[in-house]
Design a protein around this ligand. Structure first.
Ligand code: PGA
Length: 240
């Protein structure tokens, strides 16, 4: 596990953009694992700028997102489909048929997503944020890790954290479809970005704590190529 600390949240997120751009530069038909939330937005802004300047090309890039709410229309502005359209897909030359987000609530939908990732040759680089409770994707703290794409009931802490994107916590969907820990661990490289003081405990537990499904990100200690990029606030417990 590599751990890098940045002066600002923006710098930490942009550094993730650098790693994704490097992957695209080195392999033009890369498979990217993408994330939503506030954290990755500056990374997407950098990728858009580099595409506009002709530095990187998305023509042969394929993408798989980590997760999506269940029971929300893809056109709903709060959906992760809409988020990806707004921040990346509509702004670069990604082919719509090469972008994928999980959807549905059936076991068949889950296994179909796993199969599509596998058929694409697996994920080259997986971008991750982290929840205050240590979740990655919507793999919430639990008694065991879940391997593949699955339907999750969101933790109360996640509902409260995500309420800021909705008019109230009541509007936050209670369920999501998410890649599992096995999907994330199978990515060839994982880049996790953590910013803000409210992520400090999760960062500390991820890197220094025991590997446990109660801190889902802690499994990344076992990943052969995992880079954690954090700002000063998110890494403050690491400096004790
Ligand atoms: P955030 O979400 O980037 O909006 O903080 C991260 C996450 O919950 O994975």
């Amino acid at each position: 596990m590599e751990f890098h600390v940045y002066e600002s949240a923006r710098a930490a997120c942009e550094a993730a953009g650098v790693l994704i751009a490097a992957q695209i530069t080195r392999k033009g038909d890369s498979v990217l694992g993408l994330a939503t939330g506030s954290t990755p937005i500056p990374a997407y802004e950098m990728l858009v700028q580099w595409w506009e300047r002709g530095v990187i090309d998305f023509d042969k890039i394929r993408t798989f997102n980590l997760d999506e709410y269940v029971g929300i229309d893809q056109k709903n502005p709060m959906s992760y489909h809409a988020f990806m359209q707004e921040h990346l897909f509509s702004k670069v030359n990604l082919r719509p048929e090469n972008t994928n987000l999980p959807s549905g609530r059936s076991v068949t939908a889950c296994t179909a997503y796993d199969e599509k990732i596998r058929a694409a040759g697996g994920i080259d680089i997986q971008l991750l944020g982290i929840g205050r409770n240590g979740h990655i994707g919507f793999n919430e703290p639990a008694d065991e890790f879940t391997y593949g794409t699955h339907i999750v009931t969101l933790a109360q802490d996640t509902i409260e954290a995500n309420a800021r994107f909705f008019r109230s916590a009541d509007e936050v969907p209670r369920q999501a479809i998410s890649m599992g820990i096995g999907n994330i661990m199978a990515a060839r490289c994982v880049v996790l970005v953590a910013t803000g003081e409210n992520k400090a405990q999760a960062v500390y537990d991820t890197i220094c704590g025991p590997i446990t499904p109660h801190v889902p990100a802690s499994i990344l200690q076992l990943h052969p190529c995992c880079v954690i990029l954090a700002d000063r606030d998110a890494s403050k417990l690491m400096r004790k």
